[in-house]
Write a protein that binds this ligand. Structure first.
Ligand SMILES: *[C@@H]1O[C@H](CO)[C@@H](O)[C@H](O)[C@H]1NC(C)=O
Ligand SMILES: *[C@@H]1O[C@H](CO)[C@@H](O)[C@H](O)[C@H]1NC(C)=O
Ligand SMILES: *[C@@H]1O[C@H](CO)[C@@H](O)[C@H](O)[C@H]1NC(C)=O
Ligand SMILES: *[C@@H]1O[C@H](CO)[C@@H](O)[C@H](O)[C@H]1NC(C)=O
Ligand SMILES: *[C@@H]1O[C@H](CO)[C@@H](O)[C@H](O)[C@H]1NC(C)=O
Ligand SMILES: *[C@@H]1O[C@H](CO)[C@@H](O)[C@H](O)[C@H]1NC(C)=O
Ligand SMILES: *[C@@H]1O[C@H](CO)[C@@H](O)[C@H](O)[C@H]1NC(C)=O
Ligand SMILES: *[C@@H]1O[C@H](CO)[C@@H](O)[C@H](O)[C@H]1NC(C)=O
Ligand SMILES: *[C@@H]1O[C@H](CO)[C@@H](O)[C@H](O)[C@H]1NC(C)=O
Ligand SMILES: *[C@@H]1O[C@H](CO)[C@@H](O)[C@H](O)[C@H]1NC(C)=O
Ligand SMILES: *[C@@H]1O[C@H](CO)[C@@H](O)[C@H](O)[C@H]1NC(C)=O
Ligand SMILES: CC(=O)N[C@H]1CO[C@H](CO)[C@@H](O)[C@@H]1O
Length: 563
């Protein structure tokens, strides 16, 4: 509490500074058609936490205006992109209450009154469903908010709705498409028609990219925050497993699951991480947090953060035979020069020696299968206060899926579950532990932690295309930042399922910063210093965008008041 009040004072100072700065730069900053009486409104596709906080504090717009504007934007593009499955029917009344509190002098923090979307596997004890996109969980109820939802509310955020995802966070079938769920339909990306949005936090990625909320929460087991952030032109923070609590988040693996922000800027992601990080009595992995006070992730956004840092490149993970790699590698190599110019010492070829053994072994699959068999019933299904389809185990969920036509089986199979059920053991058996030990040895001492130590590095960088797997297996953090986009002459290639454009011109890609467990403060600094020198995001333009802006909502309110 002490820490949040001191960081709030800092925030208030920043606000004062921003208000002054705004007066000076407003004329050049925003399109004048988006102003009322000369006061500029931030365009919602680029509005930051600080822009919105300034506007709310000055009375230029309200939280109710923000909810209305974002809702209208969602409705404009949802029938094409299917990125939001459900809006919070209470969002307007929650926003009105937060506006009243602000008018009364109570501001809970920098996110007070600001709409955030969350992935449809993070439970809220309200009118919204939490289904992982499956009809097996439609109508199911939880006894309380997940820690993630509770922390967002404590920070004053408005939970605006739930985002579509690859069903079951992409843990059902290898023969399906990213961003598809039975309940949410097929999410598509906004940077090319029919774009594969990647996954599994597909809807969170597309929504955040288009300014359909300030930002969104995603979840990751192996790539599910990083990869959709990569192709949707976003900053994604995949926190250390245990920094953010996972209770009442539909699990895959207690050893790998984590919840993190997907935002348009590093600083917005840092604001959101500050709101959700911390110990929870409901998730004992958070007991591993090594600090008494969570670091100030916003203050970590320092332009000079790269100076003097030793950064390694595990070059052997960049698989040049992979057709998607070719356009990325030269842009990545040029980024290394930007890091050098910012004062970093680049150490190339800090290879991960466990790479081949990890690829050849099946340890990673066995760990996930055994975790899922154990964790789905224990951490989620048994916690439900209402379970309308009586699903208590993976076998029940599988049977439901086979029997319910909208689940699109057998067109989309359940082979991932079939494998888990055939395994015959959960995550307390000796076979589990021997696989887990091999997995974490190859990805840790022969991977991330080994390279950091052997080459005396502060951090590692890779194209985000290749970054998720090693950190996923040991639960270490990664931050991705926009790096570039596929060039205009890119040949359009469809996804494995044959329904989406997986590679195409203008599809974005990112660069990842990786470090030791609980090094988010460091990684955020490095990512910010890179972002501020490059500002790549602004140069990549979606082919489809909603047009409703705050000014429209505020004008409408002023007109209706006059009547
Ligand atoms: C301002 O926005 C309007 C409406 O979107 C657009 O038609 C106009 O070209 C913009 N003007 C500038 C200077 O960007
Ligand atoms: C999004 O689109 C789908 C499919 O058209 C629709 O069923 C759903 O209700 C929409 N979501 C919202 C929040 O309107
Ligand atoms: C405003 O503050 C007063 C005094 O602290 C309190 O009694 C009242 O309930 C508050 N109203 C709102 C809408 O927060
Ligand atoms: C994929 O791109 C091709 C070529 O631009 C286009 O014709 C096709 O409609 C796109 N696919 C989808 C699903 O939109
Ligand atoms: C951690 O919590 C889980 C329930 O989520 C429980 O099964 C487990 O025993 C706990 N572990 C420790 C070390 O307390
Ligand atoms: C920013 O980073 C530089 C280089 O590490 C450091 O000297 C400076 O004190 C930092 N600034 C703040 C405000 O922390
Ligand atoms: C690291 O990997 C790269 C790419 O596979 C290779 O060219 C290089 O020789 C390797 N370096 C070391 C020191 O193993
Ligand atoms: C699943 O369905 C099969 C075949 O209909 C049946 O034999 C089995 O008992 C069912 N399992 C569960 C857990 O309901
Ligand atoms: C994957 O699904 C597609 C579409 O249903 C189907 O045509 C194809 O045969 C499937 N492939 C495999 C390997 O099952
Ligand atoms: C991994 O699990 C398999 C069972 O699928 C078992 O045979 C093997 O001994 C376990 N341990 C290792 C290190 O492979
Ligand atoms: C696209 O253009 C670049 C630069 O001109 C060239 O190196 C590359 O081979 C071209 N790619 C394709 C697929 O034509
Ligand atoms: C609840 C919901 O949004 N359902 C829709 C999801 O998307 C599919 C396919 O577009 C629609 O058929 C559903 O009605």
């Amino acid at each position: 509490m002490a820490a949040s009040s001191s960081s709030f004072r800092l925030f208030a100072l920043i606000l004062t500074w921003l208000s002054l700065a705004n007066l000076v730069v407003s004329l050049s900053c925003f399109n004048q058609s988006t102003a009322i009486n000369g006061k500029p409104f931030p365009p919602l596709i680029e509005a930051t936490t600080e822009d919105l906080a300034v506007g709310l504090e000055s009375g230029l717009f309200t939280s109710v205006d923000l909810v209305k504007a974002y809702t209208a934007r969602i409705m404009e593009v949802n029938s094409t992109l299917h990125m939001v499955t459900e809006l919070n029917p209470d969002a307007l009344s929650i926003a009105a209450q937060l506006d009243a509190q602000r008018a009364n002098g109570t501001v809970m923090g920098p996110l007070h009154g600001i709409p955030i979307l969350i992935k449809n596997n993070i439970a809220t004890a309200d009118k919204m469903d939490n289904t992982a996109g499956s009809y097996a969980l439609a109508g199911a109820k939880v006894p309380r908010d997940s820690t993630m939802a509770a922390k967002l509310r404590q920070a004053g955020a408005v939970i605006l709705g739930k985002t579509n995802l690859s069903q079951w966070a992409n843990y059902r079938s290898d023969n399906t498409s990213n961003g598809w769920s039975a309940i949410g339909g097929q999410t598509q990306g906004a940077y090319y028609p029919g774009q594969d949005p990647s996954g599994s936090s597909s809807g969170s990625g597309v929504s955040s990219a288009l300014g359909l909320a300030l930002a969104a929460l995603g979840t990751e087991t192996d790539g599910s925050i990083l990869s959709p952030s990569d192709v949707n032109n976003l900053v994604g923070i995949k926190p250390t497993v245990g920094l953010t609590a996972r209770d009442l988040v539909i699990p895959i693996s207690e050893h790998q699951d984590t919840v993190g922000p997907m935002a348009r800027t590093v600083k917005d992601a840092a604001y959101l991480l500050s709101a959700i990080a911390g110990k929870s009595p409901y998730d004992n992995y958070t007991d591993a947090i090594p600090f008494d006070t969570i670091p100030d992730y916003v203050a970590a956004c320092n332009f000079s953060a790269l100076r003097g840092k030793r950064i390694g490149v595990p070059r052997n993970l960049i698989d040049l035979s992979y057709d998607r790699a070719a356009p990325i590698v030269p842009v990545f190599n040029a980024a290394l020069d930007i890091l050098r110019a910012a004062g970093a010492i680049i150490v190339d070829n800090t290879n991960f020696t466990g790479y081949e053994a990890l690829n050849e072994g099946n340890y990673s699959n066995i760990v996930l299968e055994a975790d899922f068999i154990s964790d789905l019933p224990k951490e989620y299904l048994s916690q439900l206060s209402y379970n309308p389809n009586n699903v208590h185990s993976l076998a029940d969920v599988r049977n439901f899926t086979h029997a319910f036509p909208l689940e699109d089986w057998p067109e989309r199979d359940t082979l991932v579950w079939d494998g888990a059920l055939e395994l015959g053991f959960g995550n307390t058996s000796p076979e589990f532990w021997s696989n887990y030990t091999m997995n974490t040895y190859l990805a840790g001492p022969l991977g991330v932690t080994g390279a950091l130590r052997n080459y005396s590095l502060d951090a590692l960088v890779l194209p985000t295309e290749f970054s998720p797997n090693f950190p996923a297996l040991i639960g270490s953090p990664v931050v991705t930042v926009p790096l570039g986009a596929y060039p205009p002459n890119t040949t359009v290639l469809v996804n494995g399922f044959g329904t989406l454009n997986a590679t195409a011109p203008n599809i974005p890609f990112g660069i990842s910063f990786m470090g030791p467990h609980f090094s988010e403060e460091l990684l955020i600094g490095l990512a910010y210093a890179f972002e501020q020198r490059t500002m790549v995001r602004n140069s990549i333009i979606p082919y489809i965008q909603p047009t409703t802006e705050l000014v429209d909502v505020v004008n409408e309110r002023r007109r209706s008041k006059k009547v």
